[in-house]
Design a protein. Structure first.
Length: 524
């Protein structure tokens, strides 16, 4: 049966990849075939121009189609403290974070002089927290130290731009949304190609082909590469198309911006046989990158942190771009060298601790044994990550009250789902059902639990690293499909939750298979 299923998947993948455009677009982009550089942008403009936008006042209701994160709650890209419904739209206290929901022009409306149809184009008008929205004002996107404003947990920031080429005040979104906003900006200057030269912003250069200031383009290209297209974007693209009858090609074709502004301007676009872009290579001049031949690697027998006798090597994670569902993670309080361990047998509302030694951002330890850290398997996706304890067969959850850190046998409920963001070297792991509840370390009564604020201590995340193994494991079915197609493969439930492990071990049912940037339905 497995062999037949593999053949079925491969046939479906071949049909999905080569017989039509991505995400069911068929020949939507056919007229752009063979175009390069700015000519490609103009061809895309002629495909997506004149969107059938709705009235700005009525956009609220559409958010239940485009940004519903479950249970009628609206996804917020500026704050990790909110759990809004449409009842919060423009009502409530906009002086506190989590008090009111706004319709945010991620491409500020003052830049295009409040003109239509840009004013109500759903691709860039996204729901956001009012307080953070007000702090953003009409500042350009950029990178900064947050000296003017920081939202809850340092999720979003305002300050003087530290990205080379611009020194004014800017707004920095969280890492998990930077690529999304970059692709929104690429869409805006493409969809409105012949009016963009009349817009005013430090991010724009006054032309209708290059469009962006050099510093802004360099930053946006980097953001898009470091934060690739997610299933959330794919789903939102389809939802907005159903409303205003056009699509964002930079979501359908990840890395398409490189064909217009980047390293592939001399490569002809092919809507059916699209090669995308390769991940950014490590910098050979940076001694911290793993490709530096002079830097000993964890699997080097002479490396001081070589795993022996069942030990695992973990390295610190400081960006959402480094989060990988399916990998094991340690939750660590670095100052005292403490890691989250098993549940308390006496009290079920917190996690016990285990000692670890941190060396140059790495931890070498046994896991899942008495007195050792508990390795947690990351699952789900951005805005709804899960942390699975394979020893106790439970997910971390906040199901109680006060400062509880509980366990749940299922991850279907928001109480067992988490948002993850980073501020400096700290990981902000916030419960989806109650965003004020964050996993902290309590140094006074040593334990890991959920707290709504300091004085508790922040935690860090460490990810399991690949090490050499003496025997070659039998590849899973998804690995075989990945080898056959040469593209990354992932499996999702029909409601969009990414599944851990292999298709081989999943229960019978229908799933969504994603190969590269294409998706298709498979039935096991």
């Amino acid at each position: 049966m497995k062999r037949n299923l593999l053949l079925t998947i491969i046939l479906l993948v071949e049909v999905a990849v080569w017989a039509q455009g991505p995400n069911g677009t068929k020949d939507y982009y056919k007229s752009a075939n063979g175009k390069k550089g700015y000519a490609l942008k103009t061809a895309l403009y002629n495909i997506i121009k004149a969107p059938g936008v709705k009235s700005y006042k009525g956009l609220d209701e559409w958010y239940l189609k485009t940004d519903n994160k479950g249970g009628g709650h609206i996804r917020d890209r500026y704050s990790n403290k909110t759990n809004y419904t449409l009842a919060n739209m423009n009502t409530g206290d906009n002086s506190v974070e989590g008090g009111q929901l706004n319709k945010e022009h991620s491409f500020p409306k003052s830049w295009f002089h409040n003109a239509t149809p840009m004013l109500s184009d759903l691709y860039h008008v996204v729901p956001s927290d009012a307080k953070v929205n007000n702090a953003r004002s009409n500042f350009p996107f950029g990178e900064n130290k947050g000296e003017t404003f920081t939202s809850n947990g340092g999720y979003s920031k305002v300050g003087l731009c530290t990205f080379p080429g611009y020194k004014g005040k800017c707004f920095e979104p969280n890492d998990e949304w930077k690529g999304d906003f970059a692709r929104i900006y690429f869409y805006m200057v493409t969809c409105y190609e012949y009016t963009v030269k009349t817009w005013d912003s430090a991010m724009l250069d006054g032309t209708d082909d290059h469009c962006f200031s050099d510093w802004a383009l360099e930053m946006l290209l980097r953001w898009s590469k470091n934060d690739p297209v997610s299933q959330i974007e794919v789903d939102r693209n389809a939802a907005v198309e159903a409303i205003q009858d056009n699509r964002n090609p930079f979501v359908d074709y990840p890395g398409l911006e490189e064909y217009i502004w980047g390293d592939k301007t001399n490569v002809a676009f092919n809507y059916e046989d699209y090669n995308g872009v390769e991940p950014e290579p490590a910098d050979p001049d940076n001694p911290d990158t793993p490709d530096d031949p002079d830097d000993p690697q964890p699997t080097d027998p002479d490396h001081p942190l070589t795993p022996v006798d069942g030990e695992l090597l973990f390295a610190k994670v400081t960006s959402t771009a480094d989060l990988e569902p399916g990998k094991g993670y340690l939750v660590v309080y670095e100052a005292d060298g403490k890691a989250l361990a098993e549940s308390s047998t006496e009290y079920s509302e917190y996690r016990k601790i285990a000692d670890v030694t941190i060396t140059d951002g790495q931890i070498l330890t046994k896991v899942d044994e008495a007195g050792t850290p508990r390795q947690l398997i990351l699952g789900g996706a951005a805005d709804a990550y899960t942390f699975y304890d394979a020893v106790e067969n439970v997910y971390l959850a906040y199901t109680g009250s006060k400062n509880n850190l509980n366990a749940s046998e299922t991850a279907a409920d928001a109480t067992a789902q988490w948002t993850v963001s980073f501020s400096g070297g700290d990981a902000i792991i916030s419960n989806k059902a109650d965003a004020e509840r964050i996993i902290y370390y309590n140094a006074g009564a040593p334990r890991f639990a959920c707290y709504s604020s300091s004085p508790q201590q922040p935690v860090a995340l460490y990810k399991a690293q690949l090490t050499d193994t003496p025997d070659d494991p039998v590849p899973t079915m998804l690995e075989r499909v990945e080898a056959f197609t040469g593209m990354p493969v992932a499996i999702y439930t029909m409601d969009g939750r990414r599944m851990n492990g292999s298709l081989d071990t999943l229960p019978r049912g229908a799933y969504i298979l994603r190969v590269g940037n294409r998706t298709t339905k498979v039935v096991k």
